[in-house]
Write a protein that binds this ligand. Sequence first.
Ligand code: PLP
Ligand code: COI
Length: 354
Amino acid sequence: MNITITKTTTPKAKPVMENLPFGKFFSDHMFVMDYTEGKGWHDPRIVPYGPLQLDPSAMVFHYAQEIFEGLKAYKSKDGQVRLFRPRKNFERLNLSAERLAIPELDVDFCVEALKQLVDLDRDWIPEQEGASLYIRPFIIATDEFLGVRPSSTYKFIIICSPSGLYYPEGLDPVKIYVEDTYVRTVRGATGFTKTGGNYASSIKAQVIAHERGYSQVLWLDGVERKYIEEVGAMNIFFKINGEVVTPMLNGSILGGITRMSTIELAKKWGIPVSERKISIQEVYEAYENGTLEECFGTGTAAIISPVGELRWGDKVMNVNNNQIGEVTQRIFDTITGIQNGTLEDEMDWVITID
Ligand code: PLP
Ligand code: COI
């Protein structure tokens, strides 16, 4: 399929790239493609960024048949544009699509479309340390209909946002609130997908955590509220007695690409790493007996975020004296070095746009 390109005639002023917020500014262009039952995906195009016109009855507004992704483009010191593992995001978009009864996409085509879009808007990629072009591909159901069934029409859109890190704390350890009342999802539901509904149902707990002075919620399993799942926008890792542990993917946790990259690096370095069930009680006991050495979150928007405090009911765990741990720092340095091109891409993770 040929992608048509309509360039903007009114380029926007770029934001000040120092201290960029996350996800507030958007580049000059977006990619759009339509789906119609019987015809498949069609009319791929890059057009000026701007509002969509949708009927108020469009199904996405009512039943949230919607999925999204998040990935980043970086510019190296010599001006090379670098995408971090983009195929993984489109493969995961297809996993989400399958669960939400949305038609799947061709991964190679998506990567090509993304390369063309980012190439056109390459001047929007911030070069400041810690900043990047955050890329948001998403699919929405557009049938004008109020019955509950899969839509027969969709839009696939990619927008780009020059952004700083998700947490203003950066590499300073964040405080996390262990949520034992509300749950995010249960196995069999949509926890392993990136669909808006997962986030909608998480907002209330996040508001409460913020009011209590915590940046995010750590979710426990939806059945027993015992086993650790993930954070609002990150997967979670612990280092206990020399072993790096993260909850295994069980159907209710998002299979993060930063999580996958962290596990691959730890294995390569010979650090013991296991994906298994881990209860909040086990973490608390490790804290009590002095073997909880590090805790960090992993995610595209936040990259690696050290956790300095975990609150579980009336128990407060101060991890590693509120300092970033050795493994956390090494993972952060390696992933960001590969992303921005200051380290060799030994893992073959980066796709460049020349
Ligand atoms: N868990 C949730 C709920 C997320 O929203 C994200 C972010 O995308 C992650 C984990 C981390 O996934 P990734 O590393 O692919 O960004
Ligand atoms: C990410 O892309 O890392 C996200 O977590 C998406 C969003 C919820 C910020």
